[in-house]
Design a protein around this ligand. Structure first.
Ligand SMILES: [Zn+2]
Length: 138
């Protein structure tokens, strides 16, 4: 059972609360739900506070001999997270070690539809400010 849940995500809100999510695998692949989406739903169940930082970790399957590793949000999650948290920063793995970057840097040409007015990232996030979190560059 646990082998079906390799990815966990955490989202930090501006009040300091961490919201956790777990990847929900499914027999029909497109019915699966990413850990980031679950964490976003958990966060929005309890707060309207701005969401400022997210990270996801992939744990190895029982037969794998690789260590857990940071994984960036998939394309769908980049779209979803930016819809709900335009200033969100993410922790991503890099050869030199984990680093924090604005999610908008990972999806510079986000889809903008007509369903609702999309909040725009504040200018500091566009410039890499990320709510005062350390920024390791691009
Ligand atoms: Zn995803």
């Amino acid at each position: 059972m646990l082998a079906r849940h390799q990815i966990g995500a955490a989202i930090l809100d501006a009040h300091g609360t961490i919201h956790l999510g777990l990847h929900l695998d499914a027999m029909v692949g497109r019915a699966a739900v990413c850990a980031e989406a679950v964490a976003l739903g958990v966060a929005r169940m309890s707060t309207a506070a701005p969401l400022i930082l997210a990270a996801a970790v992939r744990h190895p399957k029982p037969d794998e001999r690789t260590p857990p590793r940071l994984v960036p949000p998939c394309g769908l999650c980049r779209e979803l997270l930016l819809d709900h948290a335009p200033d969100l920063a993410v922790v991503i793995g890099a050869p030199e070690g984990p680093r924090i970057t604005a999610l908008s840097h990972l999806l510079p040409h986000k889809y903008i539809g007509t369903k609702w007015a999309v909040p725009q990232p504040s200018s500091p996030a566009r410039e890499g400010g990320c709510h005062g979190l350390p920024h390791a560059g691009t």
